[in-house]
Design a protein around this ligand. Structure first.
Ligand SMILES: Nc1nc2c(ncn2[C@@H]2O[C@H](COP(=O)(O)OP(=O)(O)O)[C@@H](O)[C@H]2O)c(=O)[nH]1
Ligand SMILES: [Mg+2]
Length: 282
């Protein structure tokens, strides 16, 4: 799904999140583990305020495992519990439920301190498009598709899913916009597939991606694509990759677009290895 973000849409998205925020004790802030900075909504801290949260690095199966640890430490050192998950397979998901329950506990205590009977803690998933919100919600729901009745105040159709004896999840995620106005962020969103490539030329994304991968993992592309050169600038490498695959026009020139699309697809699907394109700011 691709969303065109205009100021009106952004205001509406923010308002929807703010409305649901009032109903929950904890927010599961979902990020793409390959680009934890670039897949973060630029206003998220202001929008969430002091609402307890758990930062969740999804698609951790496609990211560098050491960098996953680095990012988790980064958030935890700032007082935000963080966990790496793979919504596709369910890895890390029980740890996520545990952390969310832990974050909710003080909220429930505060609630009971007002003399009320204990209640279930509630949480919701928030993130930019394509981070895996729907997949995570489905994964968390699992067999618990028996959903509790609508509560007043919730948008019609939204329901609560019981995740444990203590915790319920809103079945509708909050969708916020990414920092697409920053060119480096836009490139990383495009490279990982969060922004549809029809907005960008594949050659441009592939050029930047090859540069970056060449920095992170020198020699990897030559090895993966069995190139007859071991190094070169991004255009030399792309031309060699196209040649190795036999992507030629009838005149003998390498089909740069076809080559670019192949490289981007191989990267997105993890065939070139596990890479994290964003590093935490020290
Ligand atoms: N490899 C991998 N792919 C995932 C994971 N979670 C989601 N995806 C894929 O990411 C894409 C977007 O997921 P979706 O749940 O629709 O994202 P949403 O827009 O945030 O709701 C889909 O193609 C999913 O198959 C994950 O943990 N690992
Ligand atoms: Mg979705």
């Amino acid at each position: 799904m691709h969303i065109q973000w205009y100021p009106g849409h952004m205001a509406k998205a923010r308002k929807l999140v703010q409305q649901n925020l009032k109903l929950v004790d904890v927010v599961v802030e979902l990020l793409d583990a390959r680009i934890p900075a670039s897949s973060r909504n630029p206003d998220i801290d202001r929008i969430l305020g002091d609402k307890p949260r758990v930062v969740t690095l999804n698609k951790s199966d496609l990211a560098d495992p050491d960098k996953n640890k680095l990012w988790i430490d980064y958030f935890q050192s700032r007082g935000i519990p963080a966990v790496a998950v793979n919504a596709h397979r369910g890895t890390g998901v029980s740890r996520l439920v545990e952390l969310t329950e832990q974050q909710a506990a003080p909220e429930i205590k505060k609630y009971m301190a007002k003399g009320r009977r204990s209640r279930m803690a509630r949480c919701m998933v928030v993130g930019v498009p394509n981070v895996g919100k729907s997949m995570l919600i489905n994964r968390l729901a699992g067999k618990n598709t028996v959903r509790t009745a609508n509560r007043p105040g919730v948008t019609r159709g939204e329901q609560w899913i019981k995740l444990s004896g203590k915790l319920e999840l809103l079945d509708t995620p909050g969708i916020l916009w990414p920092k697409f106005e920053d060119p480096d962020t836009a490139f990383k969103l495009a490279a990982t597939g969060a922004i549809k490539e029809d907005i960008y030329q594949p050659e441009e994304i592939s050029d930047k991606l090859v540069c970056l991968l060449n920095e992170i993992a020198p020699g990897m592309l030559a090895k993966q694509y069995k190139l007859n050169i071991s190094d070169g600038d991004s255009w030399e490498l792309m031309a060699a990759i196209g040649a190795a695959r036999g992507f030629y026009f009838s005149g003998g020139r390498v089909d740069a677009k076809k080559t670019a699309i192949l490289i981007i697809k191989d990267f997105r699907e993890g065939r070139l290895g596990k890479y994290t394109l964003d590093l935490p700011r020290q």
